[in-house]
Ligand binder design. Sequence first.
Ligand code: SF4
Length: 179
Amino acid sequence: MLDMEKLGKLAADFGFTAWGELDMSTLEFKPEVRDMCEANTCGQWNRTWACPPACGTLEEMREKVKGYHRGILVQTVGQMEDSFDIETMMETAANHKKNFDALWDELRKEWPGLMAMGTGGCSRCAKCAYPDAPCRFPDKLCPSMEGAGLVVNEVCTANGLKYNHGKDTICYTGCYLLD
Ligand code: SF4
């Protein structure tokens, strides 16, 4: 049974700034997000198992999430000195990824079949095995929410979570689909 109070405490203990229950009906996988991925401004399109097109089609994503009823969104927010504070941006992203992995391991004890969607591409290996060999860490392989085809700020807002946490803040968001 999903106990949001306990999950919220867990999210706080694992270092997240904010969290909220995720309603599956708010997960809309949109072709326009995939179009942005394909424009490849981040350079990750067709480069790793965690990003499109390898991470799965929008239809496959829709099918996958049908198996879940509820989940949790987690956010890490960083306060930058100004909008050019790249150091805080990178530090916040690294903390978010580390905490996301750690909470993923913890939640898996109770929900071994959970589905995770994280933030950004996968940088676990210096060079991704894609496309010549399978992922080296399939247990840690997940698409980002954007890579999956979601508009992250829309998902946050639809679930009562802020996406913009104020002037010169940076916010990273991920989610776990549990049961
Ligand atoms: S864990 Fe390694 S092999 Fe797997 S997607 Fe990430 S970078 Fe590629």
